[in-house]
Design a protein around this ligand. Structure first.
Ligand code: DGT
Ligand code: CA
Ligand code: CA
Ligand code: ZN
Length: 588
């Protein structure tokens, strides 16, 4: 399975060809690679307009031996060959080459009002801005106003454009949605009439991103609860207000649906609005086959409600054990429930330590002692300090000398903080060719070494695959950290052959990391499940850069649950001695 930036598509419609030509024109303008870039961009633009409004499908013309694409005004031999390539292979080499040169998220900047290719080029070249989040950060830090052609005013208008963009595209990271749901739930509970408040929908299922919040409320006098809710200060606009449902848009752009429920149907509503739709469809079908009807109001036999107050009784009356929300994606959970083979999913309280964190030695914000104290407060038995290696200059990576000093610093910290094992590790960078950033002589001095990629992330799939495979061969590498490099809503995963890399890790005994930072969640839920299905072990680590980040472990555990992991699948549920014994053995 190769993950690609843009997988080949079946191209039939003129609009698909036009969209790719438009992207090429934009890329040419952003990159400005040769003297003729302006002419090239204009040619692609013109062709795009012609193709969009052409009365026949270009794909059909391609397949007709008696016709030529060059008969279309505005399509010369070069563009004709690109159209043909698109129709025949679903991709265009030239387009793919351009895409390798800038992250795809840079193109998203073009969706902002009054931001064209020239400005994107400027932001990207001068400030290294790669995505809308970067641009927002730069604008808020007043770093845009001094660029050529920019001003305080245009900086402000960019912030407005970003707000509008968010409102329009709107999926949010799980942590953002969770925090918003917490605040809203607390606000709702301030009303004396409110009884229960629960966030359902994709947030309850633990999806990495959330489209809108679905909040379920029980209590007396629904009308008054609704009045209380619409007075919440974060509301930008009330979209709908009825007897049982209030929908609002918050200033952040997030939409919230609040449903006001009767307690006798609370369980059925929770089941229905937790979803997923894909899980609910076969469940309703199952009810139908038993002569029952399942809805958000309950499970009915004729007019009689036979279940509805709790989720458990809804599942029970359908002949099933309760299914944890994280599994409700119709990916085999109903069949497993039927056979009594649901996994006993890992829980946050099973976690006994954290194996990736940074300190002030590299780009972290706290000392070894402070990190250890915070981990101890969480009840952990061990931590691994993993500062960056020298190639990661932006993260103040450590050269050999500083790495040795860091090992000594960690050993010294052991004397000061009791009751927790503090291991000396490193997050060693995997260089472009798959070599590691430290010599074997240095690597062998660490208790545990993590390896990961932080540069040249747009390598073609074959190179990246070979690079990762080579790194795994090094016997000192125990854990592959954030294996796919993706950042949620920001950066696509690297192109590489996931199957091959997993297989090599399995063979060599390298543990795959599930990076718990909600910006990453890398491995993702699907890949976690893939690893589990191959009998591989996972480590869930926060990659904390400050003591409070250790709490991000919850997002890693939720993602692990979505990947069907049990306690036994995760090495940092083991006590320290057993954990060490489960790592790839040291070379002789
Ligand atoms: P999101 O908001 O896009 O992250 O995803 P969800 O899963 O929260 O979806 P949403 O907010 O549209 O609806 C919440 C739940 O309500 C959904 O997971 C299942 C249930 N639901 C909504 N519409 C339908 C429907 O047409 N059929 C069924 N069976 N269930 C639905
Ligand atoms: Ca939702
Ligand atoms: Ca919804
Ligand atoms: Zn890293």
């Amino acid at each position: 399975m190769i993950i690609q930036n843009s997988p080949p598509k079946n191209i039939v419609e003129n609009s698909q060809i036009a969209a790719i030509f438009e992207e090429i024109a934009n890329l040419v303008r952003i990159l400005q690679e040769d003297a003729k870039w302006q002419f090239k961009a204009i040619a692609y633009d013109r062709a795009r307009r012609v193709i969009e409004s052409y009365p026949e499908r270009l794909a059909d013309i391609c397949r007709d031996p008696n016709r030529k694409l060059t008969e279309i005004a505005g399509i010369g031999a070069d563009l004709a060959s690109k159209v043909r390539e698109l129709v025949e292979t679903g991709r265009c080499q030239y387009h793919q080459q351009q895409l390798e040169k800038v992250p795809r998220t840079v193109l998203e900047l073009l969706q902002l009002q009054n931001v064209g290719p020239q400005k994107v080029r400027l932001f990207h070249l001068k400030l290294g801005i790669k995505c809308v989040d970067d641009l927002e950060e730069a604008a808020k830090a007043a770093r845009l106003q001094d660029l050529p052609g920019m001003s305080k005013k245009s900086e402000q208008s960019i912030l407005k454009a970003i707000e509008a963009f968010r409102r329009a595209t709107g999926r949010f990271r799980q942590d953002t949605a969770f925090e918003t749901a917490q605040v809203l739930s607390q606000y709702l509970r301030e009303c004396d009439l409110v009884d229960q408040v629960t966030a359902a929908g994709s947030l309850r299922r633990g999806r990495e991103t959330v489209g809108d919040l679905d909040i379920l409320v029980t209590g007396q006098k629904h009308g008054e609860i609704a009045e209380h809710f619409v007075r919440f200060a974060g509301i930008l606009e009330v979209l709908a207000k009825g007897e049982d449902k209030v929908s609002v848009k918050l200033h952040s752009g997030m939409q919230v649906d609040v449903r006001l429920l009767e307690s006798e149907s609370y369980g059925a509503a929770l089941q229905y609005f937790t979803g997923s739709k894909e899980h609910n469809v076969p469940l309703r079908e199952r009810a139908r086959k038993r002569g029952l009807k399942l809805s958000e109001y309950g499970l009915f036999r004729g007019e009689q409600r036979i279940a509805g107050q709790t989720e458990e009784e809804v599942y029970e009356k359908l002949g099933l054990p309760w299914i944890p929300p994280e599994l409700r994606e119709n990916l085999g959970e109903i069949e497993a429930a039927e056979k009594g083979e649901l996994p006993k999913l890992i829980e946050l309280s099973d976690i006994k330590g954290d194996l990736q964190m940074h300190t002030t030695a590299s780009d972290g914000r706290a000392s070894v002692e402070d990190m250890a104290a915070a981990a101890k407060a969480l009840g952990y038995q061990y931590i691994l300090i993993t500062d960056h290696s020298k190639a990661v200059t932006i993260a103040n990576g450590l050269d050999e000398k500083r790495a040795l000093e860091n090992i000594r610093r960690i050993q010294a910290a052991r004397q000061k903080v009791n009751g927790i094992e503090i291991w000396a590790g490193a997050e060693v960078d995997i260089l472009g060719d798959g070599r590691l950033d430290y010599s074997d002589d240095l690597l062998k001095q660490f208790d545990i070494v993590l390896a990961s990629v932080h540069s040249r992330m747009t390598q073609p799939g074959e190179e990246m695959t070979a690079r990762l495979l080579k790194a795994l061969e090094n016997p000192y590498v125990k854990i592959l950290a954030h294996p796919t490099g993706r950042q949620i809503l920001r950066r696509d995963p690297f192109n590489f052959d996931v199957e091959k890399v997993f297989e090599a890790a399995r063979r060599l005994g390298v543990i795959l990391e599930l990076n718990a930072n909600p910006e990453r969640l890398d491995l993702c839920d699907r890949h976690v499940r893939l690893a589990r299905d191959r009998g591989m072990k996972i480590v869930i680590s926060t990659d904390a850069h400050a003591p409070e980040h250790l709490k991000l472990m919850r997002y890693g555990v939720i993602t692990a649950r979505r990947g069907w992991l049990e306690k036994k699948d995760v090495i940092n549920t083991l006590p320290p001695g057993e954990l060490l014994a489960n790592l790839r053995p040291a070379p002789h």
